[in-house]
Ligand binder design. Structure first.
Ligand code: DON
Length: 557
């Protein structure tokens, strides 16, 4: 019989404790990169090791992902980069795509006023891309290494090729949209057959485009040979944007949104992201509510958080949009009395009906397949970067001869206000299509400080589920004290007001689900709850966590 006593018992118990807290983040002393594809993570670590800062690494990883993660990494999409520097400065670079000048409000409706597929598939789905100009802007302003050095790894991966992973092979096999376009088939199939894991994929045209960008910067992409060939193909194929659209594309630096939660300071994404407002609104409704009394994953905690989600997404549908076109009442939406008033409509014992929850009436505004990577460098500078083509492989269109995919970001607008988009989001007039406007986004790159020091950097792909995913990881870490890997791993749920469903991932117990049904929730199961990539800063180390739902990698040195 095994008998434990004294020291043996203590050791035994500590082993048990380690087992109960089963998920271990990747630890490193100085610097850390977490990205959704391992080759790209390795590029980032290499840049950091050789003296690059977090922004340099983010730019290099961004270009590498355009090669190794073609479903989401991109030159033909857009995104947001949030940086917080060791000296306390923060910057938010908005390189979200814009609607072309020829875009019109009802461009995706047929003669009977019904929504067509055109906002999702093909040339007309693409908005004017921002990624190349955004990465260049970040590098010019905050980078340290020569520009060409940051593109070299991506060029090598495209020109020499790299072995197709199981994840990439599966993803290429299942993308129906990609298979509709001959240039996409030419590059992402091998002589008409799917790539098998381990085979080498070479992207020579993309290498050529990257080499031109390495040599001449974004001027090449927005006004040079790449631009001319892109718009020639655009107009030959019924697409909308012109050379003037490309030349006129501007990155916008915006003040990051900031807010507090239980002694932590959050730095996050302002509009045209809906995510920062979302996280801060939801945390604001939760703070002091006692929602967490029964512990993480309890029916009462899930119920309360789902009700908070429902109220935020109702507000999102009406009040959030591109702030250059719509007066977004950010201060009103985040005002404490407003959030208290919203919270007071929550019944801790019963689910509300989404039809009964309307967007709120905050004080009016004063004038005023996505992927995420998180990086912290050895000096304590942090970057959270989320960028996207929108759907997996975007519009499905690879520009002939240029080797990159075009986004289908136009679907993030309210193509028909009041009707759901790809993410089943019901959105209103504020986010209707207008020339030059940026579609409302859910991307939520976020950085958290405690006592003025860097505590965490995180973000995710996952459409509307990004915002609730980021928030739940924050709750797990800040309220329930989980380590960053446990916080990312825990099963998640999602409510977005409409449809009136509480989506739950596998991993919740049947009795928890029964209790939620008993409170009136319409519980549905879901497999898609965002992929959170996060880094936590501890006193003596950095801890990185890639979401086990995906195929990413955390690594550092
Ligand atoms: O900006 C947005 O909200 C969407 N275009 C993000 C799309 C996305 O996350 C897809 N990835 N899973």
């Amino acid at each position: 019989m095994l008998r434990l006593g004294g020291r043996a018992l203590a050791v035994g118990l500590s082993l048990l404790a380690a087992a109960a807290n089963a998920a271990h983040p990747v630890a490193a002393k100085r610097a850390m990169v977490v990205a959704q594809e391992p080759l790209a993570t390795d590029v980032g670590v290499e840049i950091l090791r050789s003296g690059g800062n977090a922004v340099d690494a983010a730019v290099a990883v961004g270009f590498a992902l355009a090669v190794t993660l073609p479903s989401a990494g991109n030159l033909g999409g857009g995104g947001f980069l949030l940086a917080r520097f060791a000296d306390g400065r923060a910057a938010f670079i908005d390189f979200r795509e814009r609607a072309p000048e020829k875009a019109t409000r009802d461009m995706y409706l047929d003669d009977h006023g019904r929504l067509t597929e055109d906002s999702l598939t093909g040339w007309r789905a693409a908005a004017v891309p921002g990624s190349v100009r955004g990465l260049e802007h970040a590098h010019r302003k905050f980078g340290r290494k020569p520009w060409t050095e940051l593109l070299t790894p991506a060029i090598r991966l495209a020109r020499q090729g790299f072995p197709v992973s199981y994840a990439l092979a599966d993803s290429l096999r299942t993308s129906a949209r990609l298979a509709k376009f001959s240039e996409s088939r030419r590059i992402f199939l091998k002589n008409g057959e799917y790539f098998s894991p381990g085979e080498t994929i070479v992207q020579a045209d993309l290498a050529g485009t990257l080499e031109r960008i390495a040599k001449s910067g974004s001027a090449e992409f927005y006004g040079g040979e790449t631009a001319r060939r892109l718009v020639a193909e655009m107009s030959a194929n019924g697409g909308l944007f012109t050379l003037a659209d490309l030349k006129g594309y501007k990155v916008v630096e915006r003040a990051p949104l900031t807010g507090g939660y239980r002694g932590y300071e959050l730095i996050t994404a302002p509009p045209p992201s809906s995510g920062g407002v979302g996280v801060l609104q939801m945390l604001g409704m939760l703070e002091g509510s006692g929602y967490d009394r029964e512990g993480p994953g309890s029916a009462s905690a899930i119920h309360y958080v789902a009700e908070v989600m429902r109220r935020y997404y109702a507000d999102r549908s009406e009040h959030l949009a591109d702030p250059d076109f719509h007066r977004v009442p950010v201060a009103g939406l985040l005002a404490r009395p407003y959030l208290e008033q919203r919270r007071n409509t929550i019944d801790p014992a019963r689910a509300s009906s989404s039809d009964a929850i309307r967007p709120g009436d905050p004080a009016p505004a004063e004038r005023a397949e996505t992927t995420h990577l998180s990086i912290v460098d050895a000096e304590g500078n942090a970057v959270a970067l989320t960028y996207t083509l929108n759907g997996g492989y975007g519009s499905g269109v690879t520009v002939p001869g240029l080797g990159f995919l075009l986004n289908n970001e136009m679907d993030d607008f309210s193509a028909k206000p009041g009707e759901p988009n790809m993410f089943a989001l019901v959105q209103g007039e504020a986010n209707a299509i207008q020339p030059g406007k940026r579609p409302l986004s859910s991307m939520t790159p976020t950085i958290v400080l405690r006592d003025g020091r860097l505590f965490m950097t995180l973000g995710a792909p996952g459409g509307s589920r990004i915002i609730t995913g980021v928030m739940q990881v924050l709750l797990n870490a800040l309220d329930f004290g989980m380590n960053v890997q446990d916080a990312v791993n825990r099963p998640r749920f999602h409510h977005q007001w409409k449809p009136d469903e509480l989506y739950m991932e596998e991993g919740f117990s049947p009795d928890t689900i029964a209790l939620l049904r008993g409170r009136g929730h319409k519980v549905a199961s879901t497999a898609g709850v965002a992929l959170v990539e996060a880094i936590q800063v501890k006193a003596d180390r950095l801890e990185g966590a890639t979401d086990p739902r995906g195929h990413g990698k955390a690594a550092g040195y």
